[in-house]
Design a protein around this ligand. Structure first.
Ligand SMILES: [Zn+2]
Ligand SMILES: [Zn+2]
Length: 274
């Protein structure tokens, strides 16, 4: 379920109601399960997960693509994770030899924020992971470094027996896509990919190390992606502008424009429920 689909900063206001204003967060429910056990990124959309859990504490894992604000600012406002009976394992890309806790505390500690990571209630662990294969919450996870800007950024491929999804919210395709990243998304059932800009904003996409809608569509086609979900919309991209992008690909069932609240069935090759 898509809980936040924006990049950079939340987008409140009447022009952003239909696609939603929260920053990046995706909850993954295992096949046959009732509740999410895996969360991709902890942007402000993470606040929505507490309501989805119906009063229960969160017990599961959070994979963070990178440590930019729009991917972690929901953490201290995640009520279902910030309570004594919560159990949360948080994974961030290893860098500079620092612990997961210290990497997070670079932005989450006084004077930047009132509490440090240990201030979260419940059993939290903070782990710095390397690229490669991991098993998290019974999912097979492949973490691969992708080109972005300002710190190490991972794209993730998440698979089980029933299907596969890849998550690359921040990625500058125009800087060149190596074989490892192509392999990460090759033949995947569902790809959620950075589409912050459009082709007429090329100079900004390159300067901020993001992709355009057109870049994402071309890469997905080259790599045999079955369903592409355009994700991490620019915070100024209004509902009407996103409708216009969706209309461009209306005849192409394999391209969706992410909306907060969308549920995507990976088992059914990305069938969309909204
Ligand atoms: Zn971002
Ligand atoms: Zn970023």
């Amino acid at each position: 379920m898509l809980l936040g689909v924006r990049g950079s900063t939340p987008a409140p206001g009447p022009d952003f109601v239909r696609y939603g204003g929260h920053t990046s967060c995706v909850a993954v429910v295992p096949d046959g399960g009732e509740r999410p056990t895996l969360v991709l990124d902890a942007g402000t959309g993470l606040r929505e997960l507490s309501a989805q859990l119906g009063g229960a504490a969160f017990r599961g894992s959070i994979l963070v693509s990178h440590l930019h604000w729009d991917h972690v600012q929901g953490l201290p406002f995640f009520a279902a994770g910030d309570r004594p009976d919560a159990e949360v394992s948080l994974y961030v890309p290893a860098q500079n030899g620092r612990s997961g806790r210290d990497l997070l505390a670079a932005s989450m500690a006084p004077p930047n924020f009132p509490i440090t990571p240990e201030g979260l209630e419940g059993a939290w662990s903070f782990r710095a992971i390397d690229a490669g294969y991991h098993t998290v919450e019974d999912f097979r996870i492949r973490a691969t470094e992708v080109k972005h800007k300002g710190g190490r950024t991972f794209g993730y491929r998440i698979s089980d027996e029933t299907g596969s999804a890849a998550y690359i919210p921040d990625h500058v395709i125009s800087a060149g896509v190596g074989d490892e990243v192509r392999d990460l998304i090759h033949d995947v059932d569902v790809l959620l990919h950075d589409a912050q800009f459009v082709e007429s904003e090329r100079q900004w996409a390159d300067a901020y190390a993001h992709s355009t809608v057109e870049d994402a569509v071309a890469l997905a086609r080259e790599c045999g992606v079955r369903t592409l979900v355009l994700f991490h919309h620019g915070p100024a991209r209004t509902d009407d502008a996103l409708d216009a992008i969706a209309a461009t690909y209306a005849d192409d069932v394999t391209v969706h424009v992410a909306r907060q609240g969308d549920e995507i069935d990976v088992r059914r090759l990305g069938e969309l429920h909204r």
